[in-house]
Design a protein around this ligand. Structure first.
Ligand code: 5SP
Ligand code: FE2
Length: 220
């Protein structure tokens, strides 16, 4: 089992001072930075694209974890690789040819993840589990920060970790995203998650180091 990683989501950061916000969580003990890209079609919200990401990339040593909430993500993989992505996650629901897109990502030499919405069963990613570096189990419906954690999603985390262990895919990361706080983190880690995205729990408080520490401490 990997050390649990905390990945603050910049969706809840102040976009007017994005570089300072990312530097703040880097100093505060974050492991990854989670970059939410939304297109206004796959989800009812729009954030930013590869050019904005590129301007962050050059200024942080954090591992860059890109969550693409966009339709037909295959069209933009190269742009995000050039912008510095180290993990690119696409939604199973947004890809007609999921296996092809995963391999397209890996051909660029970056890690590949697949995400599933709360209403999507774990079985939707079973056939690509050995191809991916990470499964992102959405613990809220994607589109917005600050929503409440959906407890039923925990069973899927457990199921996916069980399948991964059965197939010997022990390096698989399971990331959870949505409503992760010091009150919800422990149950998802016990179920098998090892990457915790936290947006509002980290950015909606002035002391980011304290917020990250309190999520970490809640795991013991
Ligand atoms: O992908 C998304 C939302 O679609 C997330 O990454 C959010 O940014 C998480 O925000 P919180 O629920 O932690 O506030
Ligand atoms: Fe996300």
């Amino acid at each position: 089992m990997h050390k649990v990683k905390i990945a603050p989501s910049i969706l809840s950061a102040d976009f007017g001072k994005l570089l300072a916000e990312v530097a703040d969580v880097e100093r505060g003990g974050a492991d990854w930075v989670h970059i939410d890209v939304m297109d206004g079609h796959f989800v009812p919200n729009i954030t930013f694209g590869a050019p904005v990401m590129q301007s962050i990339s050059a200024h942080t040593g954090l591992f860059k974890d890109v969550h693409l909430m966009i339709e037909n993500p295959d069209r933009y993989i190269e742009d995000f690789v050039k912008a510095g992505a180290q993990m690119i996650t696409v939604h199973a629901e947004a890809c007609t040819h999921l296996h092809r897109v995963i391999h397209q990502i890996k051909e660029h030499g970056v890690k590949a993840g697949v995400a599933i919405n709360p209403a999507t069963p774990a079985a939707a990613i079973r056939e690509v589990l050995e191809d991916v570096d990470m499964v992102l189990v959405m613990t809220v419906n994607p589109g917005f920060g600050g929503q409440s954690f959906i407890p039923r999603t925990v069973n899927k985390i457990r199921q996916i970790r069980e399948w991964a262990n059965e197939m010997g895919h022990t390096a698989l990361h399971i990331e959870v995203d949505g409503g992760i706080t010091a009150s919800t983190a422990k149950q998802v880690v016990e179920a098998g998650a090892d990457v915790l995205v936290a947006g509002s729990a980290v950015f909606n408080t002035p002391d980011r180091a304290k917020a990250i520490r309190s999520i970490r401490d809640s795991l013991h």
